[in-house]
Design a protein around this ligand. Structure first.
Ligand code: DNO
Length: 384
């Protein structure tokens, strides 16, 4: 597998020289400074690529080329947005960057309620607390319908949390929920979030699927012409959030996507952490089921609680058997005669990570630990 590292370009406090010391050889990045829907100009892509090459890396994967909210909502005349997306793809292909990760989550990307939950022996991790999410939905956003989305125990715990929370606690919760949105755009306050949610009124699962199918119909033929592999990132967490449907959450969803346009260019980012947050998902089974379509992997682990909460465990701990999963990915590579890029997804904040103020989930030392552990498993399995 190809060891890669997510780097946020000029927005990242971690330098490429530092990344070089982790041992990764590939970079995963995006032009985060360009607003969603705008064309990524070829000269800007080329400049980023030159920078990556000059530091001794290969730009392995684009993560993400974002899908505009209007495309997800099927809102208005989308011809220009699709044309822009295809033009960005062509500009990337012209620079030799041909693996593109994206997601189809309405409004929010990955969602957590705590950005610095304590880890047993020191350091912090990202956590999703079902009671805090319920408190946010019910008592901060005022979304009454959310009562149906949680057990009564969780709703009671949410009430207890809310009653004793301070303004600062609530602000921190809003900030955590907004933190999954990469780049500098589209952070919402409560009023803004209500407005943004209202735009999705009436958009249920079927309609979202229709809009997704339309996206694939518009984009995959271009990918085929350009030699690009698209790989959708699963929903994180893999469940509906804020009443918004999520349609990339389990094996059935992925099967639907893969058959919506049945082409190898219509592929998957196997994210063990996102998929692993649903106890019903068998991550290794999903890897086997979609073995021909996996073009990129995010390796990360989660530990789940019975109430729907979960937190990010160290890469080899948690509920997913990472050794078994890596072994499957190595077999897939051999069978296909390819090398699949992967990155250590997220990491605990460890040691002096804590003072750095990196993107949540993207510290240097914690991810380096994760990468080193995963690399060790790969080396060992290669010998078996
Ligand atoms: C979280 C990431 C996601 C991912 C996007 C892909 O850390 O895995 O934000 O980049 O969903 O579009």
């Amino acid at each position: 597998m190809i060891e890669t590292w997510r780097w946020y370009g000029a927005l990242d406090k971690i330098t490429l020289d530092q990344v070089a010391q982790t041992g990764a050889t590939g970079i995963v990045t995006a032009l985060h400074e360009i607003p969603y829907g705008e064309i990524w100009p070829q000269e800007v892509i080329a400049a980023r690529n030159d920078q990556i090459k000059a530091a001794g890396f290969v730009w392995s994967v684009v993560e993400s080329l974002p899908v505009h909210e209007r495309i997800k909502r099927g809102d208005g005349d989308l011809a220009e947005l699709f044309a822009s997306y295809r033009q960005s793809m062509a500009n990337l292909a012209a620079e030799g960057v041909t693996t593109i990760c994206y997601n189809f989550m309405p409004l929010l990307d990955w969602t957590r309620t705590d950005l610095a939950a304590p880890v047993a022996r020191g350091g912090t991790c990202l956590r999703f607390s079902a009671p805090k999410m319920a408190a946010f939905e019910l008592f901060m956003l005022g979304r009454e319908a959310a009562r149906a989305d949680y057990s009564s125990d969780v709703v009671q715990a949410a009430e207890r949390w809310f009653q004793k929370s301070t303004d600062a606690d609530r602000q921190a919760l809003l900030n955590a929920i907004m933190s999954g949105l990469p780049g500098a755009f589209d952070r919402y306050d409560i009023a803004g979030l209500r407005e943004a949610l209202a735009l999705y009124d009436g958009i249920r699962r079927d309609e979202l699927r229709t809009n997704y199918k339309r996206f694939l119909d518009e984009i995959i033929p271009a990918a085929q012409e350009l030699g690009i592999r698209m790989c959708v990132h699963p929903d994180d967490p893999p469940r509906d959030i804020l009443g918004l449907p999520r349609i990339v959450s389990d094996a059935d969803d992925i099967a639907w996507i893969m058959s919506a346009v049945d082409a190898v260019e219509n592929g998957l980012t196997l994210c063990s952490g996102s998929l692993g947050a649903n106890p019903a998902n068998d991550v290794s089974g999903i890897a086997v089921q979609f073995e021909d379509r996996i073009h990129f992997a995010h390796l990360r682990n989660v530990r789940k609680d019975p109430d729907g909460s979960f937190e990010e465990a160290a890469h080899l701990d948690g509920d997913t058997d990472m050794v078994a999963l890596i072994s499957i990915l190595l077999e897939i590579e051999t069978a296909r005669g390819v090398q699949i890029p992967f990155r250590p997804d997220h990491g605990h904040e460890l040691l002096w990570d804590v003072e750095q103020g990196n993107y949540p989930g993207y510290p240097l030392i914690g991810r380096m630990r994760g990468l080193a552990e995963l690399r060790g498993v790969m080396r060992a399995l290669d010998r078996v």
